[in-house]
Design a protein. Structure first.
Length: 640
């Protein structure tokens, strides 16, 4: 049952390794970290009992190695205890996930394959890669256990290694050890100061209380005479809840002399049993104890986390199934589905378009805003205020955003359809824009070619003169206040008449066609503005001070022009949005759908339009793979 649990997690690990995308379930595993040359590979090899890891200088471990050890009782004839590394034991073999079905009985070949596949993914001797190598070792001599060997923490890049190699390695290790279900095996050589241990320092960042970190002290044999690791083991230096295990691996010389692991393990046992400091606790020291301890810890950990893993698998399944449903099924070429799909997209698009337009025209304030902005463009002085008053979110409602997102996800799936849609809609609006622009410029031309002086809102001559007179009077009064009464005496009788709103018999020498004539005569008030300007009553002085009469004439003309413009502005404000509504908006509402149908709903373009984007095809594959893996995982955890 116990090793069954670990095997279950191994199967889960495999199930997710094939997916190639982020594993949604954080599986319990032992991650090995430590500085370079601290002895990580030696510890792993001792646990396995065979030499199979690459050795050399620099960063040897450049990709995570997920090592699954599976205890399997010997089924073949007895094999020697102390075998050479290339001894092909029928009871012991390794299998790589990337080479399914191929059994490696020769452990030298396992090492070669690790080197080969590492170089394949990362290049020779250069970078590191987070893509793991999955190796499963079956043996009667191992305890069922899963460990992840990670690159050693290094300080200085060597050779052509990237300059930021330290950061890259750190980030990769962090990714593994941050997961709450990771048990951290922090390897530190006993002949260095524990406080400076890179592995322990990193572990503390993610596990500050030391709840899921196990310390392994290597090179205990290399410690100075008279020193030992007893204080560390007793938790008096850096306490860890899971404790420390001291080990003795083969030294460099042992490796050069091809000392077998069997002999090395025997030497380790003898070392602890014969050492004054460790003799009494020898059964808590050495590699076999470490392997048993790891097996127990991992098992407990898996048992505790299994319910949570089951729930996570279920949740992830739901999520991926939903996403797959949203991506839709791949469409067979030329199927009736294609035509339906395009028809649906066109209908939905046009319905949304109309809803947005109708929604805005119902909402008077926002309609005025869009109409107003357009008019402001025509009438420059309103423009700035109009633009300033535009609140970009006023017309964008949450539901519109969701609609656009929904539509764009459709379009994300079919990029050609999106391009063609865009083209058709754009050219439709371009076509509709011509008559709209023509209508608006005709409106402006109509206003500029003829002024209706009989318009009920148009200021008449009497009112204009009275207004100017008032202005003049207040101007004179303020001048008199500063220079005495002399100025006031200069007022003409005519001014006085104007001031009392009396109608003078002949306004300042203008004839019947004169400037004020048409207003005072009370005859046909409709006159061409050009005609009014054609015969100015007096030549106005271009320079120098104006006489009061000249001043009055000028002011009256200005007032009349203003009055005329006010009427035109109101007309434009009223008419331009109507012109736009008529030729652009209503027409689009009525005809856009027909245009889209004519251009896009054609058998001969459907295949091209519905070519799915790379993203959709890729993501569908990923989702399917993930669902397969999760279903397998669900079955695996269901069987425990
Ligand atoms: N004497 C002695 N030497 C050891 C011990 N553990 C490791 N070594 C030696 O230390 C060196 C580094 O050991 P490795 O196991 O390669 O260390 P590593 O941490 O895997 O190194 P990288 O993968 O390069 O980071 C080798 O020469 C080992 O023989 C030990 O307990 N005692």
């Amino acid at each position: 049952m116990d090793s069954q649990l670990i095997k279950t997690v191994n199967k889960l690990q495999d199930a997710f390794s094939t997916v190639g995308v982020h594993n949604p379930v954080d599986l319990p595993q032992i991650t090995v970290i430590g500085s370079q040359s601290s002895g990580k590979s030696s510890v792993l090899e001792n646990i396995v009992g065979r030499d199979f890891l690459p050795r050399g200088t620099g960063i040897v471990t450049r990709r995570p190695l997920i090592l699954q050890l599976i205890n399997r009782p010997a089924t073949e004839t007895q094999t020697p205890d102390n075998k050479a590394n290339d001894y092909e034991d029928p009871n012991e073999w390794g299998e790589f996930l990337h080479l399914p079905g191929k059994k490696f009985h020769n452990f030298d070949k396992i090492r070669d394959e690790i080197v080969r596949d590492t170089e394949l993914k990362t290049g020779k001797n250069v970078g590191i890669s987070p893509q793991p190598i999955n190796l499963r070792i079956f043996s009667p001599n191992v305890l069922t256990l899963t460990m992840v060997d990670l690159p050693g923490l290094t300080k200085v890049p060597v050779g052509d290694q990237p300059k930021d190699i330290e950061k890259q390695i750190r980030e990769m290790l962090m990714k593994y050890i941050t997961k709450p279900n990771a048990i951290i095996l922090a390897v530190t050589s006993a002949n260095t100061d524990l406080a400076n241990s890179d592995g322990l320092k990193l572990a503390r960042e993610v596990d500050p209380e030391g709840l899921r970190t196990i310390g392994v002290l290597t090179k205990v044999d290399l410690m100075d005479q008279g020193t030992d690791v007893i204080d560390i083991l007793a938790g008096r230096v850096i306490p860890l809840r899971l404790g420390y295990v001291p080990v003795v691996n083969r030294g460099q010389r042992d490796i050069e002399n091809k000392k077998s692991i069997t002999n090395a393990l025997a030497a380790e046992k003898a070392f602890f049993e014969g050492h004054a400091s460790y003799q009494s606790k020898a059964k808590y020291c050495g590699t076999p104890f470490l392997a048993r301890k790891l097996n127990t810890i991992l098992m407990h950990h898996i048992r505790n986390t299994l319910p949570e893993i089951k729930a996570k698998i279920q949740n992830a399944l739901v999520k991926y199934r939903q996403e797959l449903a949203q991506l839709g099924d791949p469409l067979g070429d030329g199927s009736a589905n294609q035509a339906n799909l395009v028809l649906n997209i066109i209908t939905e698009f046009c319905t949304e378009f109309r809803t947005i337009i109708d929604g805005n025209s119902n909402d008077l304030s926002s309609f005025e805003l869009s109409g107003g902005a357009r008019i402001s463009f025509v009438f420059h002085e309103l423009y700035a205020n109009g633009v300033k008053s535009v609140d970009p979110l006023e017309q964008v409602k949450d539901v519109d955003i969701r609609t656009i997102l929904y539509n764009s996800s459709f379009f994300k799936r079919f990029p050609s359809l999106k391009d063609k849609f865009h083209q058709v809609v754009l050219s439709f609006f371009k076509k509709a824009l011509n008559p709209t622009t023509k209508l608006v410029s005709d409106l402006v031309a109509m206003e500029s070619c003829y002024v209706n002086t009989g318009h009920p809102d148009f200021l008449n001559g009497h009112q204009a003169i009275a207004l100017v007179n008032e202005q003049l009077q207040s101007k004179n009064q303020s001048a008199a206040a500063s220079t005495g009464d002399a100025k006031q005496e200069r007022r003409t009788p005519q001014q006085l008449a104007l001031q009392t709103n009396q109608q003078p018999a002949t306004p300042t020498g203008a004839g019947e066609n004169g400037f004020f004539g048409s207003f005072f005569s009370g005859g046909n008030k409709a006159k061409k503005l050009g005609g009014m300007m054609d015969a100015p009553p007096q030549s106005l002085k271009a320079t120098g001070a104006l006489s009061e009469r000249e001043y009055m004439e000028t002011e009256v003309i200005k007032l009349l022009i203003q009055s005329y413009y006010n009427i035109v502005k109101r007309t434009m404000i009223d008419m331009v949005p109507k012109a736009i509504m008529l030729n652009l908006v209503s027409r689009a509402k009525k005809e856009l759908q027909q245009e889209l149908l004519t251009e896009l709903y054609k058998a001969d373009v459907l295949d091209e339009l519905l070519e799915e984007s790379e993203f959709t095809q890729q993501r569908r594959k990923e989702c399917k793979k993930m669902i397969d893996a999760l279903q397998k995982a669900d079955e695996i955890v269901g069987s425990v």
